[in-house]
Write a protein that binds this ligand. Structure first.
Ligand code: OAD
Length: 252
């Protein structure tokens, strides 16, 4: 069982507002590969420029559609892990104590929602939602692999995953809400992210420069580690459940 620094526990217990930013690391223990882990990260095995850009889709829509649809189908077998469940429990606890917790994710797997979190800010969209490139119609896709790649809309347009590709703008409302929540929050948690992709990676600085204390949970040292009041180099699936359990025990 992870040991929780007492001053961290006190900060969580008293913070009026908490912002949590998650990255691929929070889903690693659900069996979903991260992007930059040296051996099995997606970007270690694939070139993002070939798959995760509008130019790649224009150049080879079949390849890009197949790659994303394969990841979508693999997602269907993945379940929330204890880290997701702990964050959902923390969000409920904060609400019960009339405090705010904003959960911001860079992930496109919707495992936070499956774990019971709501009002999740998805900065990079969702792999489950596919959008027509002609009429913009969006549909939530939970079925088996598409029969044709790219799948076609009833209007005849090609459909793409509703995720943010490199070179594309983030959903304006999502990044605005995340930035507003980060300014003035009392505690900022950076969970399972390498902190290299902006504007998501800028949220920690917005929080720190307006008075937040920072918790990082990541087995590796990242750029956020030096900015953190607590840099916990453990898996999220171990540390977060221990943190929330001790919070609940003390709150009684
Ligand atoms: P990365 O793959 O860059 O970083 C994942 C982080 O999770 C690494 O720092 C790992 O050390 C850490 N990690 C691994 N296992 C963990 C665990 N069990 N618990 C906690 N941390 C763990 O993924 P992101 O930071 O999410 O964007 O990448 C940000 C963005 O870059 C993604 O949203 C995606 C990618 O390209 C787009 O595709 C637009």
């Amino acid at each position: 069982m992870s040991s929780i620094p007492s001053d961290l526990l006190q900060t969580v217990r008293t913070a009026s507002s908490i912002v949590v930013l998650t990255g691929a690391g929070v889903s690693a223990e659900s069996g979903i590969p991260t992007f930059r882990d040296a051996m099995d990260g997606l970007w270690a095995r694939f070139n993002p420029e070939d798959l995760a850009t509008p130019e790649a889709f224009a150049r080879d829509p079949q390849l890009v559609s197949q790659w994303y649809d394969e990841r979508r189908c693999k997602l269907a077998m993945c379940k929330p892990n204890p880290a997701h469940l702990a964050l959902a429990q923390l969000q409920r606890w904060m609400r019960e104590h009339d405090r705010s917790m904003t959960l911001v994710t860079q992930n496109i797997d919707r495992l936070h929602q499956e774990a019971g979190s709501d009002d999740v800010i998805e900065l990079h969209g969702s792999l489950r939602v596919w959008r027509c490139t002609r009429c913009e119609k969006e549909t939530d896709e939970r079925g088996p692999a598409f029969e044709t790649h790219p799948p076609r809309c009833s209007c005849g347009g090609a459909r793409r995953p509703s995720v943010v590709w490199f070179g594309e703008a983030l959903p304006a409302d999502a990044i605005t809400r995340a930035q507003r929540a980060s300014v003035g929050c009392r505690l900022f948690m950076s969970i399972g992210t390498s902190g290299v992709v902006y504007p998501a990676a800028g949220l920690i600085d917005l929080a720190r420069t307006t008075g937040a204390r920072v918790l990082e949970v990541n087995p590796a040292v990242t750029t956020a580690s030096a900015k953190a009041d607590w840099a916990i180099h453990e898996p999220a699936g171990a540390f977060l459940p221990a943190l929330v359990q001790q919070l609940m025990e003390q709150a009684v």
